[in-house]
Design a protein around this ligand. Structure first.
Ligand code: IPD
Ligand code: CA
Ligand code: CA
Length: 265
């Protein structure tokens, strides 16, 4: 059976919005007493878990043969060909502190390839999405990365290391370089949103290490469909499972990646 990816993408957008309403409502009455600690600076609550359960249940109906790579481990089913990659709440630290930047991130892989991505940023009601062969969209309008050709004219986003401090020195030196040589850096606290903002041209680029597949899969795909480039810190393809990512517009990507490479390799 061939899959209609456009229809599937619309269904995943609708599902994300539905679960987004649940997350928003819970956020309004959320108490930090309900937070569990998974690891150093790694938090979770019933909101992440319930959201993931709802997403997994619905996706299992939409594409029964697919498996799951889902942050909270709701399903560990492995799909032979298709696998969903899910972060039910990206930006949990923001969520528990009442800071309005958190998103749902859902991607679909066919074997090793990304073929669909949806990121729903809940607070601004912004749904970013793309499917194989499509353009990238934000709430129905086509989006593209910027054409800014120089790092000196760019605004970048990153995420700070919060448990793996082994590469901190390199990270800080790179940070200093970008402080001096770009329009500045932002740390939103949601990698999925950072990537969505690269795709729609709000940022020229994004980089971070120690990320998981569910943080980056949907965003990396949407950036590419929006005309951008994505690699790991070596300039290679291992950015979904390799725990490091550089994403940016095509015009200044080479300059951006060169600087990252010089600091990290
Ligand atoms: C986190 C966010 C954050 C990034 C962290 C991620 P979570 O995801 O994407 O921006 O810096 O590395 O773990 O835990 O909120 O789903
Ligand atoms: Ca995440
Ligand atoms: Ca999460």
């Amino acid at each position: 059976m061939s899959i209609n990816l456009q229809t599937l993408c619309q269904d995943v957008c609708a599902l994300s919005k539905e679960v987004g309403v649940f997350i928003k409502n819970e956020g309004e009455k959320f108490s930090s007493m309900k937070v569990e600690v998974k690891g150093k600076n790694d938090f979770v609550s019933y909101v992440d878990k319930t959201s993931e359960k709802r997403i997994v249940e619905k996706l299992a109906l939409l594409l029964p043969e697919a498996g799951f790579i889902a942050e909270e481990g709701t399903s560990t089913k492995k799909g032979e060909t298709y696998n969903w990659v899910i972060d039910p709440l990206d930006g949990t630290t923001n969520f528990i502190h009442g800071i309005p930047c958190f998103a749902i991130s859902i991607a679909l892989m066919r074997n090793e390839e990304l073929i669909l991505g949806v990121i729903y940023e809940i607070n601004f009601d912004e749904c970013f999405y793309a499917w194989e062969g499509s353009k990238a969209y934000l709430n129905g309008k086509e989006i593209t990365v910027t054409k800014t050709a120089k790092l000196a004219d760019s605004l970048l986003a990153t995420g700070f290391p919060y448990y793996d401090y082994s590469r901190m020195d390199e990270y800080i030196e790179l940070f200093k370089y970008f402080m001096k040589h770009t329009h500045g850096l932002r740390r939103l606290g949601s990698a999925a949103t950072d990537l969505a903002y690269v795709a729609c041209g709000r940022f020229e680029g994004f980089y971070e290490y120690s990320l998981q597949p569910w943080d980056v899969a949907a965003g990396a795909f949407i950036v590419q469909q929006a005309g951008g480039k994505v690699t790991d810190f070596k300039g290679e393809e291992n950015y979904i499972f390799g725990k490091e990512i550089v994403a940016g517009n095509s015009a200044c990507f080479d300059e951006f990646l060169d600087v990252v490479k010089k600091h990290f390799n």
